[in-house]
Every structure is written in C-alpha cells, then in structure tokens.
Design a binder for this molecule. Structure first.
Ligand SMILES: [Zn+2]
Ligand SMILES: [Zn+2]
Length: 244
C-alpha cells in the first residue's frame, strides 16, 4: 500500500493547501480517503482525476467532503469531452440518508454504503469501520492489504475502544486538532495529549498527526504526543508518502 497526504488541515485549508484527503494506492487501484476543500486541486499533483477508482468518506462535515461536488462536475465535464476515465464509486455511511443520497451523480459516479458491522472489500483493500465520538456520525477506518494495516481515526475525541480498533497498526493516522489543554473533546476532537494516549494504547509502528490546528507551532504537538508515545511521531504535510 502507498498512502499520500493530499491535505491535513482542520476546518479550512491554508493557502495552496487542503483539508482532509489521503490518496491510497496499490498497483493501479487508486482510492481517495476523504475529499475536503482544496483536495481535488492538490490531487492533480499525485493522480489524474480520471484515474481515481473511487472516494471513501468518513463523514459529512465540510472539511471532509467539500470537493465532492467539484469531483462530480469533473466527471461529467470529462465524460462530455469523451475523455477516457475509470468507473468511479463514492463510499459513505448511510446513517444520514440525505447526505448519502447526494454522493451518486447522474450516470458518472455511483455510490455504495458501508456499515460498521461488515467488512468491505474495495479493490485490493479490506476496510472495517468503527463509529467515532463526533457530533455527527463518523467512522474510523482500518485498512488491510497483504498483511499490512493502516488505521485512520477520521474525526473523534478519545475513547478506549478507538485504541482497540487501532491496535498494532503499521501506520496510524490520528486526528490532532489541538494542543494539550485545549477544550475540544466536547466538539469530538483530540488534542496532542489524547492523541498521545491513543497511540500509547494502540502501539502503532508509525504515528502520523493530521487534521492539524490553525495556530501555534505544530512541532509542539509532536513533542506533547511524544510524552505519551515512544514510537516515531510524524507531522502530516502535503505530499508526504508512506509505502507499506
Ligand atoms: Zn468532523
Ligand atoms: Zn474534520
């Protein structure tokens, strides 16, 4: 598996950057995980839009799906120009039926729902899901292929079952929306302190901090996490890639 960070900001993108988006690849299969604002523009650097096999969404907050509409327009414009493109499916939960109904678009993008209780094969990947602690239904994802595992927390405050879900991942991408002491658990987010607790319990081989706040020096986040977790702690950045 190869994973590329396309965007990593909380809420809104900084100049030239993007909110949540991660390109997951194996062989020729390309799946985008979340599609926040700025993601589609930055995705061009790593993958032709027409070459994407699909998108999987953790939840329906703007910083995770803002560019879905732009993707639908890209599909229909390219179809109108007879551009050769792969079939594409957008995967999302159907807890919010109205939001799910907006994912499929005319005859250029299909949609498929995933469920927490059922693992789902998407291309070469096997996904399992865990509902997170967030103001709207949101699902963390555990992705397995060829004996390697990536876990993506999506948006969540810390709770022990999330650590169990992430246990022993080769790569854990955790949200880290604030610094130690920030009161953000009530909004369904983790600080460097709770992200550190998550990592301490889950014991991933590599830890990536993402969904980063628009203040302070992110290096401080890394140091605060490292007080709890002794493994490698990496700050997400645009274009950062991992090969597993
Ligand atoms: Zn959210
Ligand atoms: Zn978010």
């Amino acid at each position: 598996m190869k994973l590329t960070v396309v965007g990593y900001w909380h809420g809104y993108p900084e100049k030239g950057e993007a909110t949540s988006g991660y390109l997951l690849e194996e062989n020729d299969f390309k799946l985008l995980i979340d599609c926040g604002s700025g993601v589609l523009s930055n995705l061009h650097s790593y993958c032709a839009l027409t070459d994407l096999d699909g998108i999987i969404l953790s939840h329906y907050h703007h910083d995770h799906l803002a560019d879905i509409g732009a993707y639908q327009y890209a599909r229909i414009i390219n179809k109108g120009m007879d551009v050769d493109m792969k079939e594409s499916t957008i995967y999302g939960h159907s807890d919010d039926e109205q939001a799910f109904a907006k994912l499929a678009y005319q005859n250029v993008v299909k949609s498929q729902a995933y469920q927490e209780q059922t693992s789902k094969n998407i291309g070469p990947f096997t996904f399992t899901f865990k509902k997170t602690d967030h103001p709207v239904p949101c699902y963390a994802m555990r992705i397995e292929s060829k004996g390697k595992t990536i876990v993506y927390t999506a948006d969540s405050s810390f709770f022990p079952e999330l650590a169990e879900f992430a246990n022993g991942a080769d790569l854990l991408i955790t949200e880290c929306s604030g610094y130690k002491g920030d009161q953000i658990a009530e909004f369904g987010h983790m600080t460097s302190e709770t992200a550190g607790q998550l990592a301490k319990q889950a014991k991933p081989i590599k830890l990536v901090l993402s969904h980063l706040p628009h203040k302070g020096n992110h290096e401080q986040l890394r140091q605060e996490v490292a007080k709890h977790y002794t493994g490698e702690v990496i700050l997400a950045s645009s274009g950062l890639t991992f090969s597993l």
